[in-house]
Ligand binder design. Structure first.
Ligand SMILES: [Zn+2]
Length: 610
């Protein structure tokens, strides 16, 4: 086998998929999708052919012209890659697979009554979960086009990271090879088909849909915000994201034209495991970013920047993830600087700098994952997710900008996008392009130390703005028991508090934490960033006063940015027996409300520390 990606069975000697036509019947009561997938290959292929799958039942593989079955085999599951689906083609350029997903599909979360008052189903396919929705060559090294028919109950509607064609009645021809259980019918009363096409090629991890009782509001010439159809949610989301068009224009100034036509936003239920996911044409967002300050727009700026870096130019494998996230974090801050000002951008960089230092510390026994380019053979990407590709990647690009000056770097960025758009590249390709376009750069910056070295290089840079420095020095003064005065925190938003809390000395005591909270009510903050930073700090210094708030938080949201530090603080270290018991109880009660990816991450934290 000639592997192209440590996380996929895809074989470089076999033809790549050009297009997949999906018919998906969503069976809500059983949390299952019954489906068919018609594959068209880039070239006709003879010999063995491999696809990635995870927890799929394969009913048949069929030659579409002759309707004859093609014998197939499905391997026992590999814990990371899933099951290899293999069969032999003889000069075939297309084949059809009839299959069903399972309720444990790692990409899908089914929020159904009684757990949720309204049914809602959505996907999260990054990094290696698309294979649990449809068989595919699930590597970002290959890009596919697709079309999809989603057959759903008619009181629901669907959105996708694709162009909506129409909402219509189901037709028998839509899905002749979809195997449905007794009593179910594609054309049954009360079902509707939502049809989509994705004409631009994308890596499989950008496949995305959501189904629910959705409403929407217009917020700009190419942006609508979608959410569950409740006026209050839609109104606050529309207000939060009103500045989106200004940001798209800033993105275009930096990187060139926006290539995806629409930039719509979908606000998901609180269990969504990430802050945002850059699904093309339809960004998915956690509702926790809607809080009426600058940060919601910053998350949108980040997902928007992925429209160029990540979605147009894609990392070849997850070992080069920094090419997606480092560039995007850099672009996010340029957009923030343009629309919210330099001070706000500096705070954002400062929070990132703290995060980078913490994650380098977190990996001190596994320095491989402090490298930008790292080896992920046998590694589950969800378990090594960290700020390193984001913040060290950002620091690397910022370092180059400081070396060559902003105008020259901006010129370079535009050329980089134009050269590699709709391609998947690795770190070496980037470095070769950098050296070719900025001659002599390798003599000014140690490029290998930055991309292959561990830890934080000496020429990385802590931000210097006045606002940032004031907050950090106020945090340091806390050692002497000095709390910030009301006039000093008067203009603070969530990010200022987050930065302050993150910079508090490690040695503070439980009584000091309680004093701080009785003055500023941080444990009850509506801003989860602030609340979680505070609760994490309280747990770390052995203070149990806030266990009620910790429980409410862990049961109220499923965003991994909050789950990871809170569960870790509860179970990490010796002599934490009651924290461990508490964490295990909460997880057993909250588990079903988390997306499968988040469940896996909490289980990995427990496996490491319990
Ligand atoms: Zn990102």
């Amino acid at each position: 086998m000639a592997a192209v990606d440590p996380h996929s069975f895809t074989d470089s000697r076999q033809a790549g998929t050009r297009h997949v036509a999906l018919s998906l019947y969503l069976d809500l009561p059983s949390s299952t999708i019954h489906a068919s997938a018609l594959f068209s290959l880039q070239t006709s292929h003879s010999g063995p052919f491999y696809l990635d799958t995870r927890s799929l039942t394969i009913h048949s593989v069929i030659h579409p012209k002759t309707q004859t079955p093609i014998p197939f085999s499905l391997s026992d599951p590999d814990p990371i890659k899933g099951s290899l689906l293999s069969f032999t083609l003889s000069d075939h350029s297309s084949f059809l697979i009839s299959y069903s997903t399972s309720p444990s599909s790692s990409a899908l979360q089914w929020l159904l009554p009684p757990q949720s008052s309204h049914p809602f189903v959505y996907t999260q396919c990054q990094s290696i979960h698309a294979r649990s929705v449809f068989p595919c060559q699930d590597t970002p090294a290959l890009r596919i086009q697709y079309s999809a028919l989603l057959n759903v109950p008619s009181q629901l509607s669907a959105v996708m990271a694709a162009r909506h064609v129409e909402r219509r009645s189901p037709k028998h021809d839509d899905a002749v090879h979809v195997v449905l259980p007794d009593g179910e019918s594609w054309c049954a009363q009360g079902r509707i088909v939502e049809e989509f096409v994705m004409e631009q090629s994308v890596p499989p991890y950008l496949f995305a849909f959501a189904v629910g009782e959705l409403g929407n509001r217009e917020v700009g010439p190419r942006t609508r915000v979608y959410a569950e159809n409740a006026a209050a949610v839609l109104d606050s989301a529309a207000a939060e994201f009103a500045g989106t068009e200004d940001m798209i224009r800033e993105g275009e100034k930096l990187f060139g034209p926006y290539e995806w036509e629409r930039f719509d936003l979908l606000v998901l239920p609180p269990s969504f495991p990430y802050g945002g996911m850059e699904n093309p044409r339809m960004v998915f967002l956690t509702p926790t970013v809607i809080k009426g300050d600058a940060t919601g727009a910053q998350v949108v700026a980040h997902e928007l920047a992925h429209s160029w870096t990540g979605n147009l130019i894609t990392n070849k494998t997850n070992e080069h993830f920094w090419l997606n996230e480092g560039f995007t974090t850099y672009a996010e801050r340029r957009i923030v600087e343009a629309v919210q000002g330099e001070q706000r951008a500096a705070l954002n960089i400062g929070i990132g700098w703290r995060g980078l230092n913490e994650d380098v510390e977190r990996f001190k026994d596994n320095l491989e994952f402090t490298k930008l380019k790292n080896n992920q053979e046998g590694i589950d990407p969800d378990n090594v997710y960290s700020q390193v590709p984001y913040e060290k990647g950002f620091q690397f690009l910022w370092r180059i900008e400081r070396q060559v000056g902003r105008p020259a770097f901006d010129e370079f960025l535009k050329k980089y996008i134009a050269t590699f758009k709709f391609k998947s590249i690795d770190t070496e390709t980037f470095l070769d392009f950098l050296k070719a376009n900025i001659p002599g750069i390798e003599n000014q910056i140690d490029l290998l130390l930055w991309t292959e070295g561990t830890g934080i290089p000496p020429d990385a840079y802590e931000p210097e703005s006045t606002a940032y420095k004031t907050i950090v020095s106020l945090a340091n003064e806390f050692t002497n028991g000095r709390m910030p005065r009301e006039d000093e925190v008067a203009g603070w938003q969530g990010q200022e508090w987050e930065l302050y809390l993150d910079n508090l000395p490690k040695s503070i005591e439980a009584s000091q934490v309680i004093d701080l909270d009785s003055r500023y009510k941080l444990s009850e903050s509506k801003d989860y960033e602030v609340k979680v930073s505070f609760l994490q700090r309280a747990i770390s210094c052995g203070c149990k006063t806030y266990y009620n708030e910790v429980e409410k938080t862990l049961k109220g949201v499923g965003r991994m940015k909050y789950l990871r530090p809170l569960y870790t603080a509860l179970v990490k270290g010796s002599g934490k027996e009651d924290g461990k018991v508490f964490a295990k109880r909460i997880f057993s009660e909250a588990r079903e409300c988390y997306h499968p990816i988040a469940q896996g991450v909490v289980e990995a934290i427990f496996a490491k520390h319990l």
